[in-house]
Design a protein around this ligand. Sequence first.
Ligand SMILES: Cc1cc2nc3c(=O)[nH]c(=O)nc-3n(C[C@H](O)[C@H](O)[C@H](O)COP(=O)(O)O)c2cc1C
Length: 187
Amino acid sequence: MDVIERINTRRSSRSFTDKEVDQDTIHQLITLGTKAATGSYGQPWAFIVIKDKSEMHSLSQEIKKYLLENIEDFPYFKQYENWLKNEKFDVFYGAPCVIAIYGKTSSHWCTYDCSLAAGNIMLAAKEFGLGTCWIGFAECIFNTWKFKIKHNVPDYYKLVSTLIVGYPDEKPQKPPKRKPATIFYEK
Ligand SMILES: Cc1cc2nc3c(=O)[nH]c(=O)nc-3n(C[C@H](O)[C@H](O)[C@H](O)COP(=O)(O)O)c2cc1C
């Protein structure tokens, strides 16, 4: 599959088989993530990988609880209140693996750099037959000192992207028609 086809057909995956993603594949994905461009060649990232199903379940419960208890601080998430209240809703959609990308806050460009790394991982994953989805819900817990201490992430890193990765058990839907790009042409 060439890169243009991969870009055109990538969709977020929200349903996965039980097949594990092996360590070598995860390592390759992260390495491909690190091939992204970085401001001043800073490469200001660090990655954590979570594959423990029970930890992911507890984290999903914790994220939903936190967001519901603090919904007034997250007005954007009000539209998802019913999802968050649903006992069965798993913010990680049963994926076998989470890759979280942290940026070193001493780097001026870390948010951009880590987002580019996430984009690389999402496109590269397709090549391995894997599906991904960026899980913005996770930020509220993955960026806490408690979570970072548990996962050996120093406090001078901030969470930029949380990606679920797994073998999709659904046929990828045809991408919806995108809005036409807003382009301001020169006069
Ligand atoms: C910054 C960001 C945060 C996102 N957070 C979530 C999320 O918490 N849960 C979810 O199901 N999808 C999440 N998504 C996926 C978007 O909903 C998805 O990319 C968008 O609907 C377009 O669909 P596509 O990826 O299939 O093209 C997120 C995507 C981005 C880029």
